[in-house]
Design a protein. Structure first.
Length: 468
């Protein structure tokens, strides 16, 4: 046991303290807390501990709204005030640029916060499984006997590091209150009919996932049940129950898969109500979103993010834009009105097809989208480069792993006057920016963090580079 003064937030939603010149990582605490803690692991360079008692709470500590907060792990910072979260995310970006990128003296702008701290997601994936109970619940005699005698079906989220049990969610503060009602309806329907859930241990069972998607700007609402079998009669019944109880549901679909992975995507799909897709609007653009389409999960913040991209690019009417890792084309279509042309490149064929369909849906004629690996496109496909007009602005929005080193080295050779790098991972972004700037004539102009996911440790950041 030890008494610790918590100093600052750390990666992974934890915070850190120091004792005897060693770093101690703790969950569920806030910088400024003084806590009584118990050591759980001793590593070579650091110690892990669990808080036992908050002796003196920090001024930025708040009461979490969600009753599942302590065990769920989905919102790791609900116990910290939102302004404190934004300040840490700004420091995280600044620290990565200095420590990993070797950039000194850069100004990192204040994090752009979300107007909605709760109920901000337009998509949530919930899992079916055997119910997990907290130590307090399990130790109650009545609940304890029930668990030991028979596993209970649950619908919700996995607790951290637990893959075979599910927290039975009674409420979730991430999506709308309507989604909480849908969760309850589906769970009750499954329990009343004694439906089985899919086990990743035995690879048997019927129910796998419940995915709810909402058009926050359009009012569209999709319920997608992911199962391991096709049972049309049962799904027709469920569709009727849902649409009667929640008339705002605009489409109900069933994705069916026999895959052993836990990805909530089907091999086949049946539509039981409505068109099988929803629409959402960002800026002036309307996007068609099917059950398995990628789309930014915070609509309002995505619009703010894209506005930052547009501002950082300093577009001119004659600009030729490359949008690399373009996904379904949302950024390309958002900026298309202010430039001459946009070429999007993406490796995922289905995403490129969605991008082309979205361009047609919005009547955008100055965007083209191509399937291809960027390493091949930028370094080996000389015919493509020769036939493509050289870009004056390059936008890159890679996955969390960042740019391949060869791609990072090839982008400056395109000769654009402006590069805008959008990232959801400060560490890989800082690493790549170092490659983009070293000996290339490019330098960083602006660094703007944008908070897409309040109460989590995730942060998006837009960095603008210009050629000297």
């Amino acid at each position: 046991m030890m008494v610790l003064d918590v100093e600052e937030f750390a990666a992974g939603g934890k915070a850190l303290a120091r004792v005897d010149n060693r770093v101690v990582f703790l969950p569920l605490v806030v910088p400024g807390d003084r806590v009584h803690a118990k050591v759980t692991k001793v590593r070579k360079k650091f110690v892990e501990a669990e808080p036992i008692e908050i002796l003196v709470p920090a001024a930025t500590r708040v009461e979490p709204k969600c009753r599942h907060f302590r065990w769920c792990g989905g919102c790791k910072w609900q116990h910290a005030s939102y302004p404190a979260q934004l300040r840490f995310k700004q420091r995280e970006v600044a620290d990565a640029l200095e420590r990993i990128g070797d950039f000194q003296g850069l100004t990192v702008l204040d994090t752009i916060g979300s107007d909605d701290e709760y109920f901000y997601r337009n998509k949530m994936e919930f899992s079916f499984g055997a119910a997990w109970f907290s130590p307090e619940e399990y130790n109650r005699n009545d609940r304890g006997r029930e668990v030991k005698e028979k596993e209970v079906l649950a619908l919700g989220l996995h607790p951290p590091k637990t893959f075979f049990k599910i927290i039975d969610i009674g409420e979730c503060w991430l999506q709308s209150e309507t989604s909480n009602r849908i969760i309850d309806l589906v769970r009750r329907f499954a329990q009343e009919r004694s439906l089985t859930w899919y086990s990743t241990r035995t690879h048997t069972g019927y129910l796998r996932n419940l995915v709810i998607r909402e058009g926050r700007r359009t009012g569209d609402l999709m319920v997608n049940l992911v199962t391991s079998e096709d049972r049309p009669g049962l799904l027709s019944e469920l569709s009727g129950v849902l649409t009667t109880a929640v008339p705002s549901i605009t489409t109900v679909v069933n994705n069916i898969t026999t895959r052993k992975s836990q990805v909530a995507i089907g091999d086949t799909e049946r539509i039981y109500h409505g068109p099988g897709f929803i629409t959402e609007r960002i800026g002036t653009r309307v996007f068609r979103i099917s059950a398995n389409s990628f789309f930014q999960t915070n609509t309002a913040q995505a619009e703010k993010l894209y506005e930052v991209v547009r501002s950082a690019a300093e577009f001119r009417p004659e600009d030729v834009v490359f949008d690399l890792y373009c996904g379904t084309g949302s950024i390309a279509l958002f900026v298309a009105d202010g430039v001459r042309s946009v070429t999007g490149v993406e490796t995922v064929e289905s995403a490129v097809l969605d991008a082309r369909n979205n361009a047609a849906l919005n009547g955008v004629t100055n965007c083209r989208f191509e399937i291809g690996d960027l390493k091949e496109k930028l370094m080996k496909d000389r015919d493509w480069l020769a036939s493509s007009e050289r870009p004056t602005v390059v936008i890159v929005d890679p996955p969390r792993s960042g740019l391949h080193p060869d791609v990072a080295a090839a982008i400056p050779a395109l000769g654009a006057r402006r590069i805008v790098y959008v990232s959801c991972n400060p560490a890989t972004q800082a690493r790549d920016l170092k490659i983009l700037c070293e000996g290339t004539g490019y330098s960083i102009n602006t660094v703007q963090p944008v908070d897409m996911f309040p109460h989590t440790d995730h942060i998006e950041c837009v960095v603008a580079l210009s050629s000297v």
